[in-house]
Design a binder for this molecule. Structure first.
Ligand SMILES: Nc1nc2c(ncn2[C@@H]2O[C@H](COP(=O)(O)OP(=O)(O)OP(=O)(O)O)[C@@H](O)[C@H]2O)c(=O)[nH]1
Ligand SMILES: [Mg+2]
Length: 438
């Protein structure tokens, strides 16, 4: 389950979905803001889409943020806007239009006809990047499974791309019979992949069970893609995992033994990074890889302190962690890249997240403190606390769920009464909440 620097040459050993590929093309990006309050978020998401597009090998040459209360079922952004953008994209000689939202098969088909070029959505784009970066057998099977599940309901959409290829006999788009054949082939392949992955999952579970019983604590790196997880992992373990200034450099997970100062041994795992709205097809296919985090004794949540919106990254990561049921694993937040971060912004990040450690995986700054923090947190005991969380403080309740183990929750007039087991070192976070008699 290792990925090495040679990994990139070994990519794409399995057949992947060529009609989703968007490499070396001129791309135009389209985002959707549903209301005035949604604009800032939609803009950030669109910026991220530009990075993803670049990572996939295409060049973003323009972008539009469309304001629309509810998506149009036929053309997603509505006919008027679609016609307007079609003119703009023709002028820009665009090869592919990338939508920031998941399109229905019908929307994709209709937009493709109108734009007279490829139309892909965020899901297809991310799947394509994963396909380029998976190097382990399991990773490649997982990506292929996610792609086929995405492709199955969209089979009819292939007509256009095929006819564009030259219009010769047999290339003018599948007839009904061909379509049925394709569909059956995909369904068969999905079944085969699920069986193979099931076997791999079982042997992975056996491995992680033996790790758990060996009593060596497991510490997992989590974080937004490009936060520097692999850089830090390599610095600590000499594992030689591929590091790149690209999103999703790591798609496979790697586990290595590491000795902390004072001789305590731990198992460190490096794995796939997260982004906003990670496609559900991917989360499903990668569930067994992602769920390894659930077994960890501690998570090091690495955040890029030099990013413009580190808190948004933290939020996105925690949303994915909640999705895979790993939100209650104790977490150490590490603010990485402090060598290039604005000192004021980094300072603020540390203040907002008490207990966070400032590090630079590149220069080594703060690494010893991080090691010591890992050691302390692993040694930490926990205390049982009874608290009253006011109903308007839902974020505190979420924090409590994240940091501690919530044992009991009852809803009372003044708020939620919670009994929780909280790591000793974290107790101070909740001291402001009314402490009740146990
Ligand atoms: N200046 C600076 N750059 C860093 C630091 N840590 C990592 N980087 C750079 O950030 C980029 C991403 O690093 P990776 O280690 O690949 O990040 P990752 O979190 O593993 O990313 P994915 O595997 O894509 O999710 C690379 O260009 C690294 O050289 C740091 O502390 N300071
Ligand atoms: Mg990585």
């Amino acid at each position: 389950m290792t990925s090495g620097p040679r990994g990139r040459q070994r990519r794409r050993l399995t057949a992947t979905v060529t009609d989703l590929e968007v490499r070396r093309q001129r791309a135009f990006l389209v985002g959707l803001a549903r209301g005035a309050g949604d604009i800032a978020e939609a803009e950030i998401s669109l910026d991220e889409l530009a990075l993803l597009t670049d990572t996939a090998g295409s060049e973003p040459v323009g972008a539009a943020l469309v304001r629309k209360g509810s998506p149009d079922p036929g053309l997603f952004i509505g006919r008027g806007k679609a016609v307007e953008l079609a003119e703009e994209t023709t002028g820009l000689d665009v090869d592919v239009v990338v939508f920031d939202n998941e399109l229905s098969p019908a929307q994709q088909r209709n937009l493709q006809q109108l734009f007279e070029c490829d139309v892909v959505d965020r899901v297809a784009l991310i799947l394509d990047i994963f396909a380029q970066h998976a190097t382990s057998r399991e990773g490649m099977l997982q990506v292929e499974l996610a792609q086929l599940r995405y492709r199955l309901p969209r089979l009819r959409g292939r007509g256009i791309e095929l006819s564009r290829l030259g219009g010769g006999i047999g290339t003018r788009g599948p007839g009904e019979t061909q379509l049925e054949t394709d569909r059956r082939r995909i369904v068969d392949r999905i079944g085969k992949l699920e069986r193979e992955l099931g076997d791999l999952t079982r042997s992975r579970q056996t491995r992680s069970k033996s790790r758990r019983t060996s009593n060596v604590p497991i510490v997992a790196f989590v974080g937004y893609t490009n936060a520097g997880k692999s850089t830090l992992f390599n610095r600590l373990t000499d594992a030689g995992v591929l590091v790149e200034d690209r999103l999703f450099a790591t798609v496979d997970s790697t586990v290595r033994r590491h000795e902390l100062r004072g001789g305590t041994e731990i198992l460190l795992s490096d794995t796939v990074g997260f982004v906003r709205r990670l496609p559900h097809q991917l989360i499903e296919a990668f569930r067994s890889t992602l769920e390894e985090v659930k077994d960890a004794d501690l998570m090091i949540h690495l955040v890029d302190a030099s990013d413009e919106h580190p808190d948004r990254q933290i939020e996105s990561v925690r949303a994915v962690l909640a999705d895979i049921g790993a939100h209650d694993v104790p977490e150490v937040l590490a603010a990485n890249k402090v060598d290039i971060a604005d000192p004021v912004a980094a300072e603020r990040l540390l203040r907002v997240h008490p207990g966070a450690v400032a590090v630079s995986a590149l220069t080594g700054e703060g690494i010893e403190r991080l090691s010591d923090t890992i050691l302390e947190r692993l040694a930490d005991g926990s205390v049982e606390m009874e608290l009253l969380v006011p109903y308007d403080a839902g974020d505190r309740l979420a924090e409590l769920h994240r940091v501690g183990d919530v044992i009991k929750e009852t809803h009372e007039e003044e708020g939620t009464r919670v009994v929780a087991r909280v790591p000793t070192g974290e107790g101070y976070r909740f001291e402001d909440l009314a402490r009740l008699d146990p």
